[in-house]
Design a protein around this ligand. Structure first.
Ligand code: IMP
Ligand code: MG
Length: 369
């Protein structure tokens, strides 16, 4: 597929020249049918509409004039906070049928302002012809008489439309290629090395770390409402209810919009949580890319946790609680892995041996996503 780069962003063809020309021909036919016999002045809006205007105008089969207008935007002090001043209007349109030619109507704010200014010059009637319309973005209620193509609410360039002044020259329409998000779940029993490996993954791939355990422990430390609530479940090694954890995660995701991706550490712990986070991330157009599961034998897990309990700060690294955490993992959490296996998103990585070796295997998995 044809693609172009502007300012380091990649765009790929979404509407071909042929499809464009067919749609433009259709609009020209409609105009020829509707306006023959009238005194018509076409008013294309520069810069974007120059290509559309030229393709339309050379297909017009009656006598008509054309007069280009230009908009100048000010972020002004009106109630809408947005004025578009129209340059180039003159008295010639008084009593005439005018056809405003626009490249794209998005929210409709610009066009609404243009219509008002054209009306002030007392034409007999105003018709609107736009090359593109984004129906999902359109919030106004003026009538749009001619639409060549309707498109989803995505940023596009080409055929007169620009990104920061560039891209107007292409005869096709291009859509910005969606950024590559990397949303990873790091998974494993307590002591499998999730925290250690997450740190490295985050550094290399520039992800936002979402450790539900860390967030909860921080809340407990601050003795917040959430912390007090969570504490009751956490002190004996149990699971904090889904609602609490999910709302916490939601907050972090909203706070970090625009990140390269997230790494979920210690979450989801139940299939129910997995389904909910999947739905949430799909809605945000950042679906989960993969689950990386660190495989470590139970004896080794216990050895590591008891070791950590001797020097670390975590109060749940004691032999009895360790036993309980590992049991909960086996009973409830291990099922989450099967859930992602069914989706083809599970990547199992051997979690024993030198930390660097384990990380190298993880890198290998990520590069293949
Ligand atoms: P509106 O006032 O929201 O309808 O915005 C209309 C103006 O926004 C157009 O005249 C374009 O200059 C610009 N615009 C909206 N969507 C796009 C797009 O996808 N690509 C390039 N420019 C756009
Ligand atoms: Mg424009």
């Amino acid at each position: 597929m044809k693609s172009i780069q502007i300012h380091g962003k990649e765009f790929e063809v979404s509407i071909t020249e042929e499809q464009i020309q067919q749609a433009v021909q259709r609009v020209a036919n409609e105009l020829n049918h509707d306006l023959k016999g009238k005194q018509v002045v076409f008013l294309p809006i520069l810069n974007g509409a120059f290509m559309f205007a030229s393709d339309i105008f050379r297909r017009i089969e009656f006598e008509a004039r054309i007069s280009f207008l230009k908009t100048a935007s000010y972020s002004g002090t009106t109630s809408s906070g947005h004025i578009t001043q129209l340059l180039g209007l003159n008295e010639d349109i008084k009593g005439k049928t005018v056809v405003i030619l626009e490249d794209i109507i998005d929210t409709g704010l610009t066009m609404e302002s243009i219509i008002k200014q054209v009306e002030a010059h007392e034409p007999a009637e105003i018709r609107i012809a736009t090359f593109l319309l984004k129906p999902d973005a359109f919030v106004k209620n003026f009538k749009i008489d001619y639409v060549a193509l309707k498109i989803p609410n995505e940023f596009i360039i080409g055929y007169g439309l620009d990104y920061d002044g560039f891209g107007r020259n292409y005869p096709d329409i291009y859509t910005i290629k969606s950024e590559r998000f990397l949303n990873l779940l790091i998974f494993g029993a307590p002591g499998a090395g999730k925290g250690t490996q997450s740190k490295r993954i985050i550094e290399k791939y520039n992800l936002v770390h979402l450790s539900t355990g860390d967030i909860l422990r921080a809340e407990i430390e601050q003795n917040s409402k959430l912390g007090q609530l969570a504490k009751r479940y956490m002190t004996d090694g149990g699971l904090v209810p889904d609602e609490i954890v999910l709302s916490m995660i939601m907050l972090k995701i909203v706070e970090n919009k625009g990140a390269n991706g997230f790494i979920f550490d210690g979450f989801p712990r139940t299939v129910e949580q997995a389904k909910r986070i999947d739905a949430l991330m799909r809605e945000e157009s950042m679906p989960i890319s993969a689950m990386i599961a660190l495989e470590v034998k139970t004896e080794e897990l216990k050895r590591r946790l008891i070791e950590r309990g001797k020097t670390g700060t975590r109060t749940d690294d004691t032999p009895e609680i360790i036993e309980n955490r590992i049991n909960i993992y086996k009973e409830k959490t291990a099922r989450v892995k099967e859930y992602y296996r069914e989706q083809g998103k599970l990547r199992e990585v051997h979690g024993e041996g030198p930390i660097d070796d384990i990380f190298r295997n993880i890198e290998g998995v990520i590069e293949q996503l």
